[in-house]
Structures are given as C-alpha cells and as structure tokens.
Design a protein around this ligand. Structure first.
Ligand SMILES: [Cu+2]
Length: 507
C-alpha cells in the first residue's frame, strides 16, 4: 500500500508541475498573467488544511433550515488543531461571489495572513483561492472568522455562519481533566430594531466615570431633541450552541465523577452571552486561550463577543440539565444544550429525565477575580488615551462610532494608521467609554494585559478581547512585539462597521 500511495503522490506532484508548465506556456503565448487560484511555485503539494467558504443550508433544528455562509458546509466550522510553532499550510477556497477575509483571531501572525484588509491582507478572491502558510502561536484556544464588514447587510460579515474554533496545542497542557468539549455560541436570523438598552448590570466593579456619563447622556439628549430616533440595533430569531437550538442537538453525555473541560466561544456578531449549568460550578482556568494567574470557581460564565473561556466542570450532580444562557427569552429560543449523566434515565423517574433549568443566584463578573491583584504591571513607555463616543443614528439611522472624535471610514477605503508604535516598547491604552453600550475591545496580532478595570488594578490577565461597560474606564498594556499594521476595534459588528476601528503601525 505504501508503494501505491507513494506513486500516487509522485503522480500528483508531476501532474502539478505539468499543469503549471502548461499555464506558463499558454500565458507566454497569449500574453496573459497567471489566473488567481492556479498552481504557483510551492503549490504542487497538498495543504495541511482546506477551508471552503460557501453559502449552504444548515439545519439548526428539525426542519428549521437556514441559509448561511459557512466553512466546509458546517456550523461551526471544523475544529482546527494546530501545534504551537509547527508551520501549517491552509488552502482557502471562496465559492461565494464576494471577496473574503479569514481572520486568525488571537494569533500572533503576520499581516499577510492575519485576515484583515485594513492591515493589507490580500482578499481570498470571489470564486478563487488563496494558499497561506503561517506558524500558529501562542498555544491555547483561538478561533477563525470572517473579517468582512457587513454594514447594513445582515447576510454578511459575522451575522452569517463564518466562525470556527482553533486549538493550538502546547508542549504541556494546564489542568487535569478527562475530556474536552468545544461549545460555540451563535445566533441566527438577525433583524434590525430601534434602540433598546443592553443589560450590563453583571459587570463589576460597576463604577461609572461621571464626566463620561454626563457627556454621553447630553449628546443623546441633544440628538433625541432634534427628533432623531434611537440608532439601529440587531436582534435574532434563533439561538444555537454548536449550531443546534436547545433540545435539538445531541446532549453532552457525561459520567459522574468526570472532569470535563469546556472551551466556550462567543461566536456572536453582536451579543454578550452568559452560561450556567444548574448544580455545578465552572473552574475557569483560561481566558481567550491564555492560562489565568488565579484559576477561579464561578457559578456563571459571561463572554463578550469573541471572548473565550476554558473551564473545568466536575460532574458531581447527576441528572439531566440545561446548560444555558441566563436570559430566559434567548434560552427558550435555543441558547442552551442538554447535559445528561449516564444512567440518569434508568436510575430516576421518567418525570425527572426532562432536562431542568434552575436560574443561578445573581453573580457579578469581575475580571480582577481571575488576575493577580497584588502585583503591578511594569510601567509603560508610552500611554495612548482613547475615548469612544456614539453619534446617535448619524449614518442613515445607524449609530456612528468614533475614537477620539475620528470614525474609521465606513466605505471600503483604508484609513492611514492613527497610532505609531516602536518595536519592543511597552504601551498602555487607557480605554474610556463615553457611551452607554458595552464594547468588547479587540487588538489584532498581540496579546494584552488587563491592568485596571473601573479603577481596580490587576496584573497577569492576558487577553485579546476585553468588555468595557457603559461609561467605564479600563487600561490595557501590550508590548509591540509583532511588527506590521495592527488593527484595533470593537468586536461588536455594528460598532466596528460604523467607525469603531483604528490602525497602529510600527516605526
Ligand atoms: Cu462596541
């Protein structure tokens, strides 16, 4: 069999060479350039992974079939397991009519493969292909998703199905557990609505900055007094975990005494999510894939858009449970998954086998709980202050977002970098939110350290997304250790698409 596959490999190799030779000859004759997606040097070998972007039907519940742009025809996209430091080649095919960007969220890769047009990553052409090679790092739970802007098109960007988990294996893995379960939380069937307050009473400390609040509230008052309606927000008709609505997917089958590692990804375009499992607690060991300085046991998980949490649950409370979102409406519309103990059906009465939901006691989410509170982060070489403001309904009914008064262009034009970095220097960004919305703030191609949240200092909490509550302040630190254009933006699709982005470059 070895001989056979070896000769097949040889055949493919020569066929590839022959094909590229033919193309070269024909282009020489007719004076054309080589078309996109054809063989080019180094592409006669098979890739390690193939990702195909296409619009396909997905079934989120029996006979509830929606059309979504997906990776490899499934939602979520396939789990990609990489090894830290071992280069991989990925062929990305785009079967849609729209040029695409595939972003490697949370990885320290180059701008040529990061997957953001604003950084200069080439698009995967419509009906074309792009081969990329990169070295996955750092180890931990990452993900991949489209980085196209959607604007007013709710079929585009991350509103559709372009989200998939990535796990980069380290040489040694933290935590002792029996098995892993990956959960991708994602809404479908989006629609626009007007205004609506975002619940954010779960964040702690809840301290608001008076000056930011006065500014934001008065701007809103002026806008409403002019007769402006509230800017558009997005709501959803269906909610899923791993692409299935509650009660319509396979349950997570567990055994008493097991320690299950859950890798939870908020794959939403716009929403903050929560997750609880009645009668159980989560031992959070990593956030955004990075091990925590203080692993902590909590009754509820909260995740801003694009945040990830890795948490171990000790299965010590037999029964059949709904692991779901605290929001009753969202959970009833699908945001949950059943956890079923082995023998739960046999050992208890039929009535008790129905999956149960029990709301946990109120619990506030405080990043400092997972960090060191004693140590201080090293002093930065430079500090950038960024104030985030909302211009209510300023862009055809959509809110316009600004950073220090500047909105990133909402057309597809590229803006010049606004912040200049020097390689090796340490930077502090003071994030100041002059709006009443929560912003999941994201930095590309770097990992940052949360240094303070609402006046509370901390260290050692390494992340790539941090939620910033309405009228609150936070500070993040990072070292400029990955040269090239670097995008900074709010991960809420509506905010990002309507101005909430800026670019860093390196001197
Ligand atoms: Cu935002």
């Amino acid at each position: 069999m070895n001989d056979c596959s070896e000769s097949r490999r040889q055949f493919l190799k020569s066929a590839g060479l022959a094909a590229s030779g033919l193309l070269l000859r024909s282009s020489h004759v007719v004076g054309q350039t080589e078309p996109q997606g054809a063989f080019s040097p180094g592409e006669d070998t098979p890739p390690d992974y193939t990702i195909r972007i296409a619009t396909t039907p997905i079934e989120i519940a029996p006979n509830r079939i929606i059309s979504a742009t997906t990776y490899n025809g499934q939602f979520p996209g396939p789990l990609l397991r990489f090894k830290e430091g071992r280069p991989v080649t990925v062929d990305i095919y785009n079967d849609t009519g729209i040029p695409e960007q595939l972003h490697w969220h949370g990885q320290m890769v180059g701008t040529d493969v990061d997957g953001a047009a604003e950084e200069g990553t080439p698009y995967v052409p419509a009906h074309g292909k792009r081969r990329i090679t990169f070295t996955p790092r750092p180890a931990g739970f990452r993900f991949y998703h489209t980085h196209n802007r959607a604007g007013a098109d709710l079929y585009a960007g991350q509103y559709s199905g372009q989200v998939g988990p990535v796990y980069i294996e380290a040489k040694s893995e933290p935590g002792q557990y029996d098995r892993e379960v990956f959960l991708t939380l994602k809404e479908f069937e989006p629609t626009f609505s007007r205004g609506g307050d975002m619940a954010q009473d779960f964040l702690s400390p809840s301290t608001k900055v008076k000056e930011l609040e006065e500014q934001g509230e008065s701007a809103m008052k002026v806008s409403l007094a002019k007769g402006m309606p509230h800017g558009y927000e997005v709501g959803y008709a269906s909610f899923t975990i791993n692409g299935r609505m509650l009660h319509h997917g396979e349950p997570i089958r567990v055994k008493q005494g097991e320690r299950v590692m859950f890798h939870v990804l908020n794959g939403s375009a716009t929403e903050i999510r929560s997750l609880a499992l009645p009668g159980h607690t989560f031992e959070v060991i990593a956030m955004d894939g990075n091990p925590l300085p203080t692993p902590t046991r909590v009754p509820v998980l909260w995740l801003g858009t694009a945040e990830r949490i890795s948490a171990i649950v000790h299965m010590d409370h037999p029964g059949t449970w709904i692991m779901g979102d605290l929001d009753n409406d969202d959970r009833r519309h699908g945001m949950g998954i059943v956890v079923e103990y082995a023998n739960a059906r046999a050992s208890v009465s039929a009535a008790a086998t129905k999956a149960q939901w029990i709301a946990p006691a109120p619990y506030r989410w405080n990043y400092a709980r997972f960090a060191n509170t004693s140590a201080n982060v090293p002093a930065p070489d430079e500090t950038f202050e960024m104030k985030f403001e909302k211009q209510n309904a300023a862009l055809n009914g959509f809110n316009r977002w600004t950073i220090n008064g500047v909105a990133y262009p909402d057309s597809n034009e590229m803006a010049a970098p606004a912040y200049h970095l020097e390689e090796g220097k340490r930077y502090r960004i003071r994030l100041r939110n002059a709006s009443d919305d929560i912003h999941p703030i994201h930095l590309h191609r770097h990992t940052f350290e949360v240094a303070s949240y609402a006046g509370q200092n901390m260290s050692g909490l390494m992340k790539d997304v941090v939620m910033l509550g309405g009228y609150q302040e936070a500070e993040i630190h990072f070292v400029a250790n990955n040269p090239g254009l670097t995008l900074f933006h709010c991960h809420q699709q509506l905010h990002m698409d309507f101005g909430f982005m800026t670019l860093f470059d390196y001197k």
